[in-house]
Design a protein. Structure first.
Ligand code: SF4
Length: 211
């Protein structure tokens, strides 16, 4: 099956999904969007109000800021693929529950396998824990400690560089985070270049660049 057909199947499965209670609150499920051939995949937490209304990920204020961050990496929205660990909006924008993330993993994992990215950027705590600890078998110490490091992991049979960062909304609430967050996206661009040139900076962390 080609990638476009598989993607349409995933979209249909998400639309019909009632695996967790979040389906009761959605106007539209938000499976994700972007290039099916993307080298970089971003995984956020959950759709918010605007995303629920439009069925598209990261279209609110956080999405606008994410576009700015991607430009620091030399990337455009259409170059990457973006999804969330849950595809339906939690009520009152509460955090997704672990059991909801696990129920939605059937879709998340299918999307990761379809895209087969070289780099995964996790946005926030839930996404970081899911990819690094649950899928990658690494230790998760929370986004504040984990951010800035490049984790070289096997994820669903794929060798992937995983870069945990804050969710862009966190920097909108706390502008003091913006400086480091923007530098992380500059370094994301360098990681993509490094992966493509085969010059992997093994053993280095993003924090190495900050000192
Ligand atoms: S959040 Fe995921 S598992 Fe829950 S109903 Fe929506 S698509 Fe299904």
């Amino acid at each position: 099956m080609d990638k476009s057909s598989e993607w349409l199947n995933i979209v249909e499965a998400v639309k019909e999904c009632k695996e967790c209670p979040l389906h009761k609150f959605r106007k539209n499920p938000v499976p994700g969007e972007g290039s099916l051939n993307a080298e970089v995949m971003l995984i956020g937490e959950a759709p918010g109000r605007r995303e629920d209304e439009t069925g598209r990920p990261f279209v609110g204020a956080a999405g606008k800021y994410l576009n700015e961050l991607l430009s620091k990496a030399g990337l455009k929205r259409e170059d990457v693929f973006i999804t969330n660990v849950v595809k339906c909006r939690p009520p009152n924008n509460r955090d997704p529950k672990p059991e909801e993330i696990m129920k939605c993993s059937r879709h998340t994992n299918r999307i990761i396998k379809l895209i087969s990215p070289k780099v995964i950027v996790t946005l926030g705590n839930h996404s970081g824990r899911y990819v690094i600890e649950y899928l990658g078998g690494g230790r998760w110490y929370g986004v504040t400690r984990a951010r800035g490091k490049v984790h070289d992991l096997m994820v669903l049979g794929l060798r992937v560089k995983v870069l945990p960062t804050y969710h862009p909304a966190a920097a909108l609430y706390n502008p003091k985070l913006k400086g480091n967050l923007e530098m992380e996206y500059v370094r994301l661009g360098e990681q993509v270049t490094s992966v493509n040139s085969g010059r992997r900076s093994k053993g280095r962390t993003l924090l190495d660049y900050f000192t």
